[in-house]
Write a protein that binds this ligand. Structure first.
Ligand code: SF4
Length: 71
């Protein structure tokens, strides 16, 4: 069963907020890539392999707090 991360489909869901995203400058050119897959990507791209950074997870849980039993 594929369980999607909380935050899918929200403004947080993009490669830039994924823990596998890396960017910088190489040989004078700016790069952005997925360190997990090894491909070039763009910060705004959205994929189902998204794994948000811890600070993004905290932000999401503040925006979408988990429901407590009985609510
Ligand atoms: S391609 Fe998937 S794993 Fe890689 S940075 Fe983007 S969302 Fe994360």
């Amino acid at each position: 069963m594929n369980v999607l991360q909380p935050g899918f489909g929200t403004r947080f869901h993009c490669c830039a907020s994924c823990r596998h995203f890396s960017s910088g400058r190489e040989e004078g050119k700016i790069f952005s890539r997925c360190s997990r897959l090894g491909y070039e990507t763009k910060a705004k791209y959205q994929f189902n392999c998204w794994d948000p950074k811890e600070k993004v997870k905290r932000k999401i849980s503040g925006v979408f707090p988990a429901r407590k039993e009985g609510e």
